[in-house]
Design a binder for this molecule. Structure first.
Ligand code: URA
Length: 242
């Protein structure tokens, strides 16, 4: 949706700080559009496709941001992290001002694909238990993987606080101590608890795909992030090809 915004509101909407602070940045000559420094905060611009330069860095106006992060271990998804730094510390500080949040949670020691956004309805829809978006995890196990373990995970294992057994959509061994497991639900510590209930122990966990969106296709190194475009977002609803 294209709207016209005065430059102070525009910068504020993009996470550059309070309106007062954005006015100061503008008055200080820190903001340019189409190569021209704008010092009047009342100047108004259509937002669609707008790019601007601030602190000599180029930015594109985005009504909302949709981000994929390759989460490293020892970062918390919580907004108020307690034992480790939060994942937001891996992103430009503008995203915190914009109230970007993780879409769902990965444990602090889980690595891999984490979506983040400041679009409330998007976050809500993606996190809804009704959505059934398959999520692919690569789990490293303490004990060797047996056919019995794979069968148990596929048939379903009973977790303490769940009314019914939870089953993997698919589950294949990719090494003596590694398996790929696809889950539709996103219960607390689900992979680790399912493996424990099946008599093994998860010693490392990495999410490698959500729907048809894979970390490999995004080409993100550990700790790197990228914006997701409409094509990426449409993959989130796609069933993963086996
Ligand atoms: N399952 C887990 O056990 N932990 C995660 O972080 C994600 C899924």
């Amino acid at each position: 949706m294209s709207i016209r915004l005065t430059l102070d509101r525009l910068l504020q909407s993009q996470g550059f700080g309070s309106r007062k602070y954005c006015r100061e940045l503008i008055a200080d000559g820190e903001v340019a559009i189409d190569g021209a420094v704008i010092t009047d905060y009342r100047a108004a611009f259509a937002t669609a496709g707008l790019t601007f330069t601030i602190f000599e860095e180029k930015w594109t106006y985005r009504e909302h941001v949709y981000i994929a992060l390759n989460k490293p271990a020892n970062f918390e998804c919580s907004r108020k992290p307690s034992h480790h730094p939060g994942v937001l510390s891996l992103l430009p500080e503008q995203f915190s001002w914009r109230d970007v949040q993780p879409v769902g949670r990965l444990d602090h020691d889980t690595t891999g694909l984490l979506l983040m956004s400041d679009d409330g309805p998007f976050i809500h829809a993606q996190s809804s238990p009704k959505r059934h978006v398959p999520k692919l995890y690569r789990a490293t196990t303490q004990e060797p993987i047996t056919q019995q373990l794979l069968t148990q995970l596929l048939v379903g294992v009973q977790l303490h606080d769940e009314p019914a057994p939870l089953a993997a959509l698919s589950c294949v061994a990719v090494g003596e101590h590694q398996l790929d497991i696809v889950l539709e639900q996103g219960k607390y510590h689900q992979v680790k608890r399912m493996l424990a209930a099946a008599g093994n122990h998860c010693s490392a966990l990495r999410r490698i795909a959500i729907g048809g969106l894979t970390l490999e296709a995004l080409g993100l190194g550990e700790g790197e992030w990228c914006y997701l475009d409409a094509e990426h977002l449409s993959l989130l609803n796609a069933k993963r090809e086996e």
